[in-house]
Design a binder for this molecule. Structure first.
Ligand SMILES: [Ca+2]
Length: 441
């Protein structure tokens, strides 16, 4: 699976969850939304020629031009590592000779979208009747394969189908850049060269072994490919040849695709026979500081804090460990998250992403929509407002780290402290109202 999220589009690819937008910086796992899953304006093809927004010294226009000029030299310096991976000199030359850098990727690497999606808007796009119907059709069409994979790996078929649906709308969209060129560009130009050297070398290895033909190894600008968007190194770790034809083809072989995705989930901690979590109702006067992915309690302990299901039925598996997520604060639904939710988040640490996967899986299985409504009247803060919120919190003595416009866990905690001080429910949700209160102080 991919370990890095492409940000194809300039806007609307990120979500604000619990006041904390998942990082939009390209860390090893970014928490950004799979661009292929959402619609948006077409991607420009040419590099802007401008300095990157990150301010990183390797992202200035001059540094990018200089690195691009040295592209052949850079590839040559990667030859010893390719050789250690078993490539012949002839294969290395054949695969690298046609390559040139795709500098448009530098704009995408440093894009800082001004607008983000609210968690409910994100769920509307990714978990709707069309995607549910299509997922059920896929489960029916490949029923025998899903059954065999479930037996072999113990990973719930609905979750695999949900990943497929969320990542690429079941393979309908998945990027149009050759993976070798994209990863070569990122390995030689810009601020993520070390990370992408491994991805480039893995992509070379995939082509050298013939698992996937070069003309089919097409994907996102960050090198993720196939209907469930494997990164090259994740492919190396998790892909399996389930149809026994001697190749691991996660693009065109449905048995390989479904089994490889299951194997990936299993290897990152999927617990067989368990679900991901439950929608819950949070009682009045609840201590929202307990809603934190680092504070796990047993389901029974959560029940003692007044947490229960919307239909009043008892929560199953009272001894299981769970954490509480309240993506939209006190005005929205709560979710008790079991270990499998963390497994999905290991795949991509965006809470809204994992919630979309879990919810789509439940809908594919036949469950209904969430019982509680979202605060759709809330406006999501712009990047400038998020930055201002952090600066105001800092000015009032709350610890937010370096203000960067990204509302992470530290900002969420600072926001909770501020909410407590002014007598509000400390849910950490970055609303327009709380920003206004900060401005007036
Ligand atoms: Ca195969």
């Amino acid at each position: 699976m991919r370990t890095i999220r492409p940000l194809f589009l300039a806007t609307t690819l990120l979500v604000t969850v619990c006041g904390g937008a998942p990082a939009q910086d390209l860390g090893d796992r970014t928490g950004a939304i799979p661009a292929a899953a959402l619609s948006g304006p077409p991607d420009a093809r040419d590099w802007s020629g401008e300095d990157g927004a990150s301010g990183h010294p390797l992202m200035t226009a001059a540094a990018i031009r200089q690195a691009a000029a040295d592209f052949p030299g850079c590839l040559e310096r990667l030859w010893p590592q390719a050789s250690r991976r078993g490539l012949s000199r002839a294969a290395f030359e054949r695969l690298t000779a046609p390559l040139s850098p795709d500098l448009r990727i530098m704009d995408l690497l440093d894009s800082q979208p001004e607008f983000t999606k609210a968690v409910w808007d994100y769920l509307d796009v990714l978990v709707n009747e069309t995607r549910i119907a299509k997922g059920r059709a896929m489960l029916e069409k490949y029923r025998a394969t899903f059954e065999a994979v479930e037996r072999a790996y113990g990973v719930d078929r609905f979750t695999i189908a949900a990943i497929w649906g969320v990542e690429t709308n079941y393979g309908a969209i998945g990027g149009d850049r050759p993976v070798l060129r994209a990863t070569a560009t990122l390995a030689c130009v810009g601020r993520r060269q070390r990370y992408f050297s491994d991805e480039f070398l893995a992509a070379l290895d995939i082509l050298n072994r013939g698992d996937v033909p070069a003309g089919r190894l097409i994907g996102s600008w960050a090198g993720a490919f196939g209907p469930t968007q494997f990164m090259p190194t994740a492919f190396k770790r998790y892909a399996v040849d389930f149809d026994n034809d001697g190749r691991r083809d996660v693009i065109d072989s449905m048995p390989d695709l479904i089994a490889s995705t299951a194997n990936n989930l299993k290897k990152i901690g999927w617990a067989s026979g368990q679900t991901w979590g439950y929608e819950v109702v949070i009682p009045a006067n609840f201590d929202f500081r307990l809603a934190d992915q680092h504070r796990s309690m047993t389901v029974a302990e959560w029940e003692r804090h007044g947490i229960g299901r919307p239909d009043g039925k008892p929560l199953p598996h009272p001894g299981n460990s769970a954490f509480l997520l309240v993506p939209a604060g006190v005005q929205g639904p709560g979710f008790l998250m079991l270990p499998n939710f963390k497994a999905i988040m290991r795949y991509n640490p965006a809470e809204a992403y994992a919630l979309a996967i879990g919810h789509l899986a439940d809908r594919l299985r036949g469950a209904g929509p969430f019982a509680q409504s979202w605060p759709r009247y809330e406006r999501v803060l712009t990047r400038a407002e998020r930055l201002e919120l952090q600066q105001l919190l800092e000015r009032h003595g709350f610890e937010v780290g370096e203000p960067d416009g990204r509302l992470g866990l530290k900002t969420r905690d600072a926001l909770r402290d501020f909410q407590s001080r002014i007598g509000h429910v400390p849910d950490g949700f970055a609303s327009a109202d709380v920003l206004e209160r900060l401005r007036r102080r």
